[in-house]
Design a protein around this ligand. Sequence first.
Ligand SMILES: [Zn+2]
Length: 130
Amino acid sequence: MPTSKLANAQKTANMNNQPVGSTKSSCLCPKCGRQKHDTGKYPRSKSERKKALLRDANDPKSDLSANARKLIKANPDNVPPGYQVSHEEPLYTVPKADRCELDVADNMKTQPKKVHRARQKRCGDQYHAF
Ligand SMILES: [Zn+2]
């Protein structure tokens, strides 16, 4: 499928402040198949996050309480209270269009919020200041 023409058309549309919500099949990311995310806020993948949560809940070496493991297994769509799923290689290190390549379970880690906060400079997916 020739996507470059469509990609350019989409870029132009976004530069004109077209609302990202208007979905057409031509507006899909060629890497992840979701809606294009080269502008605006990058939408994190819920399915990859779920994979990471379940993996860490079943990993005896991960930094999770017994209760957090239980909560994840009961409802893997939710991050247990007090925990965050961070990206080891921060999303901000790549352009928005490429972020889905880092937004995969292999690059994610479930950890207590206080640990994540201490590592925020490295783990800068919530650190947009620079
Ligand atoms: Zn993508």
